[in-house]
Design a protein around this ligand. Structure first.
Ligand SMILES: Nc1nc2c(ncn2[C@@H]2O[C@H](COP(=O)(O)OP(=O)(O)OP(=O)(O)O)[C@@H](O)[C@H]2O)c(=O)[nH]1
Ligand SMILES: [Mg+2]
Length: 308
């Protein structure tokens, strides 16, 4: 008899699956995704509705792969962009193996949390209720009780976790272990080394948008989109990245650029610093501000900007 290697040794059984991260705006979904991956995949900011597209972030071990799907915060949409964002949440929920519902323990539930609860309690999938921001919550246990009550009629298992996505890497790693254990048997969906499904241009554009959203005021953060059109590498390793900040009106253009170009310069410097940290390379970032009238209500412009 020939001595064949056992099939187990040749192809160890792998487990993998899609895990949606959902919740109302600003609860810390993208912060949690970045903490799971120990890197920056998704933009985060103190402003609600920072995430606009479903971004996949991938965590792999030798035998397990979690494909996290970070989603925009579920909210009452005011324009075509908002409708697109909510659709991204619904499509992420339609085909996943587990759901992470993130809530903010600093406050009791709002109407928007109820909106999310209604969506997730119908789904017969493993659900993790994640009470975030324990570092800043005065009454975390009381708040958690109120969120738990929104799932009262749900059948199916719910795992509860309270943590700080920002300040408790150990708790985040423990939660990641629990998610790994919940994955079904499947082949890997992405190569083992992949961290995200975004192109480097999309990723850089999101970092530019994050910095623009942090610096701009009033309605402006919501009226900007960003795009990276050119990325070249010089022989000495310098990354030359050319991007655009898109606004809706001519009047907005000057507001983004600021007096003497100061504000645009500050946005560019902050974005360049982040890009340099995560790329570990020197970066030249060129930014231009352009107008696409009413892009948030224009289906064609939305598609062109990657919201499709
Ligand atoms: N104190 C505290 N702040 C946090 C924590 N996690 C996230 N934040 C902050 O909460 C704000 C929102 O974080 P994001 O990760 O952008 O929230 P999000 O749920 O992805 O928001 P949207 O994409 O707008 O739906 C940011 O200012 C974060 O720094 C936490 O554990 N503790
Ligand atoms: Mg987000």
């Amino acid at each position: 008899m020939t001595d064949l290697p056992s099939s187990d040794a040749a192809s160890p059984q792998t487990h993998s699956g899609f895990v949606a991260i959902v919740g109302k705006p600003n609860v810390g979904k993208s912060t949690l995704l970045n903490a799971f991956l120990n890197t920056k995949v998704a933009p985060t900011s103190p402003r609600p509705q920072t995430t606009r597209r479903g971004v996949r972030g991938i965590f792999s071990t030798d035998t397990h792969q979690i494909v996290f799907v970070d989603t925009p915060g579920l909210h009452k949409p005011k324009d075509a962009l908002g409708k697109y964002m909510n659709q991204e949440v619904h499509s992420a929920l339609s085909d996943v193996d587990a759901i992470l519902w993130v809530v903010d323990l600093r406050h009791p539930p709002t109407d928007e949390d109820q909106l999310v609860a209604r969506q997730v309690r119908e789904l017969p999938k493993p659900l993790f209720l994640i009470g975030n921001k324990t570092d800043a919550a005065k009454y975390p246990d009381e708040a958690m009780k109120l969120y738990r009550a929104l799932l009262e009629e749900r059948t199916g298992e719910t795992t509860e976790v309270m943590l700080s996505a920002q300040n408790s890497p150990e708790a985040v790693a423990t939660l990641r272990e629990q998610i790994l254990d919940a994955l079904p048997e499947n082949p890997f969906f992405f190569p083992r080394g992949a961290a995200s499904d975004q192109s480097r241009e999309q990723w850089a554009a999101e970092i530019i948008r994050e910095e623009a959203m942090k610096k701009l005021r009033d309605e402006l953060p919501y009226a900007v989109a960003t795009r990276v059109n050119r990325w070249t590498e010089r022989e000495d390793g310098l990354q030359r990245i050319e991007g655009e900040i898109i606004v809706e009106k001519n009047a907005h253009k000057g507001m983004v650029i600021g007096a003497g170009g100061k504000q645009l310069r500050e946005i560019g410097q902050a974005a360049r610093k982040q890009l340099e940290v995560f790329l570990n390379r020197k970066v030249f970032l060129g930014l231009e501000v352009i107008v696409i009238p009413g892009w948030r209500e224009d289906e064609e412009a939305l598609r062109e900007l990657g919201y499709e």
